[in-house]
Design a protein around this ligand. Structure first.
Ligand code: ATP
Ligand code: MG
Length: 781
């Protein structure tokens, strides 16, 4: 049993306890970098090896697809290492490449491919592929298992079409994004269109409820679901159908959830239903060969805007604890050592988070020595800040040959902040990758080809058919399309039924029928080919048959060339999918494309600096981290400034950012920044003032750019940057932040007391008179 001992030797005693725990409910709470994710990963391996749990009985939820992939690969390696001794009588390191690959592929086939590891959306869309046909919505409508997943922009397009075409309304008044948001909120509150409509008593509300009705009708008619449905439909299905729930309850005997602090109600419901088979958690007591294991850190809860609720984590023991058998009373393990960050970095993080009132204090001790101080840089503007990042990366690479670009990350509060950094990187030829934004699959050409694939998999997906019926152009004009749609509507059949019937097409489309028939022929051809051919063949076939790339080639512009490269990259993506997927069907590819989330663009194997928002950085770690844009109104964000609870969430976000760093951390802020097109003076974030000054080194500027004198005036770091919520005693010359207009300077004070109003000069908006009581005005010390 030497292998067993080695295996657990990678863990401290608390981690080991949580890994060895078998049945029942267990919560692991601990600060950043304390090895929660590691414990969860090892626990999966231990369930299989020590308790002989069938991998097919395990469900593990991660926050991103990338994290899921890493977890799978880690478990694969653990087992392959163990088998090295058994099969070859040698340690893993002594095997050649071929033997290692052979072992890994054996482990993959016998263990890994049966594990269900993924995000909530990924896992439950897979559940729906099995069982959606047993689901009925409140109107008794059904879906079949080839359903399409509509992403955000598909849904917005649908809403726009309903607003403009079906309801003949102004989409400026009923902005599709806002209407879609309202619908999503209603859905997540469990309100059907009818129930929502009953709650509306003004015109806008009634219109939105009307759009909601049409929206649901359209989803159903397209045999499609939106992202919200991927979680809501399984909850409803489990509640509707005891047999279905019982099946999944029996299948998933061991459930593990990472980043539990960012779970929302619906996700909680899914977990709760699966664990207890629909019984109340407090009375559920059938824990034999069954467990629920969650890990999290309430200080890292940063997704409240997506309805994440860290009280779910706080309530875990209360939920499941009472029902535990007497001999298994331990329901919580705390981890108190941090294995990631140097002591200085950890001390800064611990200090910062103590400014939050809504938290439970916990211990987090460094294990890796003091390290460098945290560097603080005051930049002239965002360009200077980006150049600073570049110059530091170059300097560190020069001085430390063991480092490469992949060891660096720059984190920011908003996506837009990446642009100046990207510019600087491009100028300096620093390779970088952006982790964030549905980038690749959001590009027009990719969406077009994917629409073809979706139409091939599911011809009832009218949205996809309409996207490409005339792309590339084949002489099918809007009038023809309208006529075809009208015909389908009047007959009450999906558009595809009309397109697929030569006579109907000839009658309705007249002179354009040639183009329409050609389109239908391509869809039909690849629909039958798709039964036997891999996805990559379908993609190249479509590109060929439609002349898609040919049309781009004739355009000959740089933009067209870029699009061609993107299409080529899609071919690469399908090849990769083919190689990596255990179920390489067209439907599975489409699901993975739809789900490839913003957080999954980190390129592996290539040395590049990672750029990402703080939200996207959760769970990751990098030797050197730049946290840029630490300015009031940017971070903490402007919207949070008047709401102490929102500032606490921003502070948690800052805690997440700081704790990504292993060796070195750089903080920066600019004196001035171009935001939304205009230059604004900037004040440094209150978060900098909340860090112990003795941990900070702000002498960098003189070292790096000795020619530019630092114009900062020395102030007490504890008070600098703190906003003052007091609203009395306004004086001419005071600098203030206004809720909507940003930073300005008081130029005049009218009246006194309650009747006081104030004139403020804003750099780009000119002078405005405001009532300080309703302007959410804050003075900046
Ligand atoms: N017992 C241990 N001994 C040595 N290194 C460890 C141990 N446990 C974890 N680590 C390492 O510490 C780092 C942080 O671990 P991990 O990512 O699991 O922490 P976490 O608690 O999940 O962090 P976060 O809260 O940021 O998600 C990783 O590099 C991991 O390999
Ligand atoms: Mg983690």
């Amino acid at each position: 049993m030497t292998a067993n001992t080695n295996f657990l030797a990678h863990l401290n005693s608390s981690q080991r306890r949580s890994v060895e725990h078998y049945c029942g409910a267990l919560l692991v709470v601990a600060g950043a970098g304390s090895g929660k994710t590691r414990a969860l990963t090892y626990r999966i391996a231990n369930l299989i090896r020590t308790h002989h749990v069938d991998p097919a009985h395990i469900l593990a939820v991660t926050f991103t697809n990338k994290a899921a992939k890493e977890m799978r690969s880690r478990i694969e390696l653990l087992f392959a290492q163990q088998q090295a001794e058994l099969k070859f009588g040698k340690p893993w390191g002594a095997l050649d490449d071929y033997q290692q690959t052979q072992l890994r592929s054996h482990v993959y086939k016998t263990i890994i491919k049966d594990l269900w590891i993924g995000t909530f959306h990924g896992l439950f869309s897979k559940v729906l592929r099995f069982d959606i046909e047993k689901y009925q919505d409140e109107k008794g409508r059904t879906w079949n298992k080839n359903f399409s997943i509509f992403d955000d922009s598909d849904c917005q397009g649908l809403v726009k079409q309903i607003v403009v075409k079906q309801l003949d309304l102004d989409d400026k008044k009923f902005e599709p994004r806002a209407v879609r948001y309202a619908i999503s909120t209603a859905k997540n509150q469990g309100l059907s269109p009818d129930e929502y409509s009953k709650q509306q008593n003004d015109y806008r509300g009634r219109v939105i409820s009307d759009v909601y009705k049409h929206y649901q009708d359209a989803l159903c008619a397209n045999n499609a679901l939106d992202f919200d449905d991927l979680l809501l439909v399984p909850v409803q299905l489990f509640r509707q159908n005891a047999q279905v729930l019982d099946y999944w309850h029996r299948k998933f005997r061991h459930i593990l959830v990472d980043e539990y602090q960012d779970t929302n109600r619906t996700q909680y419901d899914l977990i709760q239903l699966l664990v207890t088979n629909g019984v109340d958690s407090k009375t559920f007591n059938n824990w034999e060969h069954r467990s629920i294991f969650v890990v999290g850190d309430a200080d890292q809860s940063i997704y409240s805007f997506r309805a994440a609720d860290f009280t779910i984590l706080m309530n875990f023991q209360d939920d499941f604890g009472d029902s535990m058998p007497d001999d298994r009373t331990e329901t919580m393990v705390k981890l108190e050592e941090n294995y990631r960050s140097r002591e200085n970095i950890l001390a800064a993080a611990n200090h910062l988070i103590q400014h939050n009132t809504q938290r439970i204090d916990k211990i987090l001790k460094a294990t890796r020595g003091e390290g460098e101080p945290i560097f603080l840089y005051k930049a002239d503007n965002e360009i200077d800040e980006a150049e600073f990042v570049v110059s530091q990366i170059r300097k560190l690479l020069r001085e430390n040959p063991e480092l490469n670009y992949g060891n660096f990350a720059a984190l920011y509060r908003t996506n837009a902040q990446s642009r100046p950094i990207e510019d600087a990187f491009v100028r300096s030829q620093i390779p970088y990758t952006i982790v964030g934004g549905l980038k690749f699959y959001d590009r027009r050409e990719i969406k077009d080809i994917v629409a073809y694939l979706r139409a091939i998999a599911n011809p009832n997906d009218t949205v996809s058919l309409l996207r490409v019926i005339n792309t590339p152009r084949r002489g099918v004009g809007q009038t023809t399309i309208d006529n075809l749609q009208n015909a389908a509507q009047q007959l009450g059949v999906p558009l595809w039924e009309i397109l697929n019937d030569e006579t109907s097409v000839k009658t309705v489309a007249g002179r354009s029928s040639k183009g329409v028939l050609n389109f239908a022929e391509i869809i039909n051809k690849w629909r039958s080919e798709s039964e036997t051919r891999p996805v990559v063949d379908i993609v190249t076939g479509i590109v060929e048959d439609t002349g898609y790339v040919h049309e781009l080639q004739t355009q000959g512009t740089d933009e067209a060339l870029e699009r061609i490269q993107n299409v080529q990259e899609l071919v690469n993506a399908t090849i990769q999918f083919q190689e990596e997927s255990d179920e390489p069907s067209l439907e599975a590819y489409l699901a993975s494309a739809a789900l490839s989330s913003d957080l999954d663009n980190l390129q592996e194997g290539k040395e590049a600096v990672s750029l990402m928002t703080l939200h996207a950085s959760k769970g990751l770690e990098f030797p050197i981290v730049f946290l840029v844009g630490l300015e009031a109104g940017l971070f903490p964000s402007f919207r949070s400034l008047n709401d102490p609870m929102a500032v606490e969430e921003e502070r948690r976000l800052c805690y997440v950012g700081i704790t990504r760093a292993q060796e070195m951390l750089y903080l920066s802020h600019a004196r001035e920044r171009r935001l939304y097109g205009s230059r604004e003076p900037a004040i440094r974030s209150q978060f900098i003032g909340e860090l112990p000054p003795e941990l900070l080194n702000s002498n960098l500027r003189t070292k790096i750019k000795a020619q530019t004198p630092d114009r900062t005036s020395p102030k007490d770091p504890k008070t600098v940057g703190k906003t003052n919520a007091q609203t009395t005693g306004w004086r001419v010359g005071d600098r203030v932040i206004h809720r909507s207009f940003g930073v300005g300077q008081i130029s005049h004070v009218f009246g006194t007391g309650n009747k006081q109003s104030i004139a403020i000069k804003f750099p780009n908006l000119g002078q405005k008179i405001v009532d300080p009581k309703i302007a959410g005005l804050q003075k900046i010390d």
